[in-house]
Design a protein around this ligand. Structure first.
Ligand code: ZN
Length: 213
């Protein structure tokens, strides 16, 4: 969770998404942070007793967005039009941006542009009260898990790009422990609730197998 990050790495790419204090979601987030500190990651990602799955997925999705925002924020100076002219995750995977609504025809663009599109899109989803209700008593839409799956599938690509194209810089910045902790948490979470299809995870298959041992 975000509390694991040092003060040094507080540079974010997009503004941090806050969960309002005093809400149930805030308590859930605190609970997640505390359980995560126990070191048992499989247990930490599981749905707490009596809690709503939608709410649990929502709180964790916001947290992953914030973590990735921070991780990518530390390396933006290295991820440029020159270094990353296409959005890729190793030689075998290239991504073209489309959100399925405003951008239907995929755009081939640089990684910084793609990630900017992606993070702005996620931010818009998280800020959409009809999708991510923050007020008590407002129900989640029936399509919530499906939407969360799309968000998480796309967020994964930022991890994949960082691991494949910027791991050296991450190591130089001594941020690899943060990256690995964050990614392991992310993977355990999506595995627990089956949120990302296997083929989407292919670009980091070996790392995921190693983490899951
Ligand atoms: Zn890059």
């Amino acid at each position: 969770m975000s509390f694991l990050f040092s003060a040094r790495s507080n540079k974010t790419f997009k503004p941090k998404k806050n969960i309002a204090e005093g809400t149930h979601q805030y308590d859930l987030m605190k609970h997640a942070a505390a359980t995560l500190g126990s070191g048992n990651l499989r247990l930490a990602v599981s749905l707490p007793d009596g809690e709503d799955l939608n709410e649990w997925v929502a709180v964790n999705t916001v947290d992953f967005f914030n973590q990735i925002n921070m991780l990518y924020g530390t390396i933006t100076e290295f991820c440029t039009e020159g270094s990353c002219a296409v959005m890729s995750a190793g030689p075998k995977y290239e991504y073209h941006w489309a959100d399925g609504h405003t951008v239907k025809k995929p755009i081939k663009c640089s990684a910084p542009k793609y990630i900017d599109f992606l993070m702005t899109w996620v931010q818009d989803q998280l800020d959409d009260e009809s999708l991510f209700p923050s007020k008590i008593g407002v129900p989640f839409p029936k399509t919530f898990i499906q939407s969360a799956k799309t968000i998480l599938k796309r967020l994964f690509r930022v991890y994949a790009h960082i691991y494949h194209q910027h791991f050296r810089e991450v190591v130089e910045l001594s941020e690899e422990a943060h990256l690995n902790t964050s990614f392991k948490h992310f993977i355990f979470f999506v595995q627990e609730f089956n949120l990302i299809e296997k083929r989407e995870l292919e670009p980091l298959k070996e790392l995921i197998e190693k983490l899951s041992e």
